[in-house]
Design a binder for this molecule. Structure first.
Ligand code: PBG
Length: 337
């Protein structure tokens, strides 16, 4: 880029900001409904919903309500929905066996949604934490520190979990477990079953973050979690390491990559996009949503403006799309504007 000093002595950048149409014309990035993936929570039971305390506006729904729950978002053109289960405690065990049940909440919800909306992409999170009684993303074996999440024993479960999800109609498998080698293992497992079209969006750079708190409450996995996830999720101080994680996941066959959380890690998104030029997503996680909503409820932030600015920031950082609990609200606003 040429030095601007002296080259444009009469430049007046404000001319390009003069009115709405000029600003639209010179805008470098844009946000569209096609950028939005909406994560939703599925719970057990019949004809019921419940509010997620720390995520105002987000609810858990039973399977018989899921089609009605997403219908307005689908009508607005949202291309993809991500499904998360609230597994009843009685169905949790140390190995996360319920994750492999073709009749679990996710798989039943996937079949219901596919039947109603065949074209809407379904994203299935692959990790064991919604299903384990200890709340870790993999299985525990004796090892360093006592509760050690064993990588290769976890891979077996994760591959089986991915296969049952794909068989239930999940279009995009999204491994969020951060085990080494999971993308290659899942790709091989899917291919061996002929599930060659199932895409993989890997949570490639997923940090051990405090911002997942409200999500763990939504799933009921917060109380269960013993310890933390620092032996597999990334250290927030690292950035080069994120590029190595992304490079490995791509080499293993990931079709799309994700950075998570979102707003505190915009620098990582930019580095990933610049380095690899692949479809890159961010997860604007539960804690980010909660922060904005809490301020909105206090009258300290404007809901629509804060939401749209936060989502545009992801586009500016290089994202192709965003997983966000704001998806329906943002879609509504984008439709009318
Ligand atoms: C499961 C998973 C988590 C999130 C998505 N998938 C929680 C965690 O890793 O503890 C967090 C999403 C959010 O906070 O919105 N591995």
């Amino acid at each position: 880029m040429p030095s601007l000093f002296g080259a444009y002595p009469h430049a007046r950048p404000r001319r390009n900001r003069l009115d709405a149409n000029t600003r639209r014309l010179v805008a470098e990035n844009s946000l569209a409904v096609s950028d939005l993936i909406w994560p939703i929570f599925i719970m057990d039971g019949e004809n019921a919903t419940s509010e997620v305390a720390a995520m105002p506006g987000q609810i858990r729904v039973t399977i018989d309500r899921v089609v009605d729950h997403v219908a307005p978002a689908v009508a607005l053109g949202i291309p993809a929905i991500a499904l998360f289960p609230v597994t009843p405690p009685a169905k949790k065990d140390a190995e996360g066996s319920e994750a492999l049940n073709p009749e679990n909440l996710i798989n039943r919800a996937a079949r219901a949604l596919k039947a109603a909306f065949p074209d809407v992409l379904l994203v299935g999170d692959v990790a064991l934490d919604p299903y384990t009684d200890h709340g870790q993303d993999g299985v525990l074996r004796p090892g360093p520190g006592g509760h050690y999440v064993d990588n290769d024993a976890s891979l077996k479960q994760l591959v089986a979990q991915a296969v049952v999800q794909a068989e239930a109609g999940i279009d995009i498998i999204a491994p969020s477990d951060m085990m080494d080698g999971r993308v290659a293992a899942i790709r091989a497992g899917l291919d061996a079953k002929g599930l060659i079209h199932t895409r993989i969006m890997s949570y490639a750079a997923k940090y051990a973050s405090a911002f997942y708190g409200p999500f763990r409450d939504a799933l009921g996995s917060a109380g269960a979690l013993k310890g933390d996830k620092k032996t597999y999720q990334m250290d927030p101080s690292n950035s080069d390491e994120a590029l190595r994680e992304v490079a490995m996941d791509l080499a293993e066959g990931a079709d799309m990559v994700m950075v998570k959380p979102g707003m505190p890690y915009l620098d990582i998104i930019r580095r990933v996009k610049d380095e690899f030029c692949v479809p890159t997503f961010a997860y604007q996680v539960s804690g980010e949503y909660a922060m904005i909503m809490a301020a909105v409820q206090n009258g300290w932030l404007d809901h629509d403006k804060a939401m749209m600015e936060s989502l545009m920031a992801f586009k500016r950082a290089g994202c192709n799309g965003v997983l966000t609990y704001f998806a329906p609200a943002a879609a509504k606003l984008l439709k009318v504007s």
